[in-house]
Design a protein around this ligand. Structure first.
Ligand code: URP
Ligand code: ZN
Length: 463
């Protein structure tokens, strides 16, 4: 099948230009001012997509999603089918999810299980390997995971009771990651301080969901980020800090960069657009807003937007991890530490950042594309297969209607959750058509991709 996408404004690799894209099978074969008339192209064209008035982006790459996540407080509400349907409808064609082995579980066995679960995905997908403990087998297991296509590790400095690491373990992971050329990601909240504050608040009778942010103040993220980066410096390993939510976290990243360290910062739409005021609203809203790190004040939001504009923040992922309200509410009035952590946003990542970033004049269009597609593809070894519009790349394309006005509503969303924290928000810009490896998977509101049609990307990551 040969498809010509004509007359769009192509935005890719820092440039924006009027042009056409020729797709053959799963790949882009030519980009530029191809012809005035499709019939004049060498070889026949089966279909012409008119992109006049639209912008054309490389498919979104969400570097941070948790689908079908089993937590002590229940399983998240989106699985690999519902979550990736939602992703495609919002312009994300590639997702990176996580393997989260138990502390005594074999990493390779956990990888095989998670790969099996992810096979239902409609997006192309890769996995980060979480290291939840360090023991004599860990290095050789990580080497084996690398052979299986793993290129990145996830570590937690929070959640010390279950999956979080002690400093000595984190250092061992960083050292192994350097030797094996794996990129380490870190959830940087100081676990011991969080546990201490949680117990203190509960003992004082401050038990409702509104108290969740008090157990994780901004300094706890700042301290953990600075220490994680120091440990990365001692080992010489690069470090990717997930979901940075505070000025303190950003300052730590900026200061590490001045020493020449490779310090990468990710943030998420919820930290850019929602704020801690939600915890003071009704009980349902407070419970729905329980996530870690928690939502912050407006001063932190301003710092994050500045970070996006300056390049200090290099990716925007979602940390998509929704739970329905009955699960969120079960302990919301009696024990905030038992409310499942996380919120959903896989469907809204591009429209939110486009509306409040590009249209609001806070970030240029080319930076937007870099943040949601190109940079994550580069950092996780998927570029130039993903994250760019050029000959030879996968034909993952988003034909974007920049003028489409619409309102977020849980009733109309594809992500499987009975609420959204973005309810009622008015957005400008949406995908008109989404192509994943040359196949039209979404057009004019209709999702047509088959369950399981996504491809595993790990094995093809760069050596
Ligand atoms: O609250 C969050 N972020 N939930 C998802 C799991 C995690 O901590 O990354
Ligand atoms: Zn996460």
């Amino acid at each position: 099948m040969r498809i010509l996408v004509r007359n769009g404004t192509i935005v890719s690799d820092g440039r924006s230009f009027a042009g056409d894209i020729l797709v053959a099978g799963e790949k882009i074969v030519a980009v530029g001012h191809l012809v005035a008339d499709a019939a004049a192209l060498p070889g026949s064209v089966d279909r012409v997509v008119d992109a006049s008035g639209c912008e054309v982006f490389p498919g979104g790459v969400d570097p941070h999603v948790h689908l079908d996540l089993d937590t002590p407080a229940g399983i998240s509400s989106d699985d690999f089918v519902s979550g990736t349907r939602a992703a495609l409808s919002g312009g994300t064609t590639t997702i990176l999810d996580f393997v989260t082995p138990g502390r005594n579980e074999s990493l390779t066995a956990a990888l095989a299980d998670r790969k099996e679960a992810a096979r239902k995905s409609l997006c192309d997908y890769g996995l980060h390997m979480s290291v939840t403990a360090w023991n004599d087998r860990s290095f050789s297991e990580l080497a084996a995971c690398r052979q299986e296509g793993i290129r990145s590790l996830k570590t937690y400095l929070a959640y010390k009771e279950t999956i979080g690491l002690e400093d000595r373990e984190f250092l061992a992971v960083l050292e192994a990651a350097r030797q094996l050329r794996l990129l380490t990601m870190v959830h940087a909240e100081a676990g011991d301080m969080v546990s201490f504050l949680q117990k203190k608040l509960l003992a004082e009778g401050k038990v409702s969901a509104a108290n969740h942010p008090l157990s994780r103040p901004p300094e706890v993220e700042g301290d953990a980020t600075a220490r994680a980066l120091l440990m990365a410096r001692l080992t010489g390993a690069p470090l990717y800090v997930v979901h940075v939510s505070t000025r303190q976290g950003l300052d730590a990243v900026a200061s590490a960069r001045t020493t020449g360290q490779t310090a990468i910062a990710e943030t998420c739409p919820q930290y850019l657009l929602l704020n801690e005021g939600l915890y003071q609203r009704d009980g349902k809203t407070a419970a729905a807003a329980v996530m870690s790190p928690p939502l912050r004040g407006l001063d932190h939001q301003a710092a994050l937007w500045e970070g996006l504009a300056s390049g200090l923040v290099q990716t925007v992922g979602t940390d998509h991890c929704p739970f329905n309200l009955p699960e969120k509410m079960r302990f919301a009035a009696s024990d905030f530490t038992r409310v499942p952590n996380g919120t959903g946003g896989i469907e809204y990542r591009l429209p939110l950042l486009y509306t409040f970033g590009v249209r609001a004049g806070k970030i240029p269009l080319a930076r937007f594309v870099d943040l949601v597609s190109t940079r994550p593809a580069k950092l996780f070894g998927l570029y130039p297969r993903k994250g760019t519009i050029r000959a030879g790349s996968d034909a993952d394309l988003v034909i974007w209607d920049p003028e489409k006005k619409w309102t977020v509503s849980a009733a109309g969303q594809m992500q499987r959750c009975d609420h959204t924290l973005y309810e009622g928000l008015e957005l400008c810009g949406a995908p008109r058509l989404v192509m994943r490896r040359g196949e039209t998977v979404y057009a004019d509101g209709n999702l047509v991709a088959e369950e399981g049609s996504g491809s595993w990307l790990g094995a093809e990551a760069t050596p």
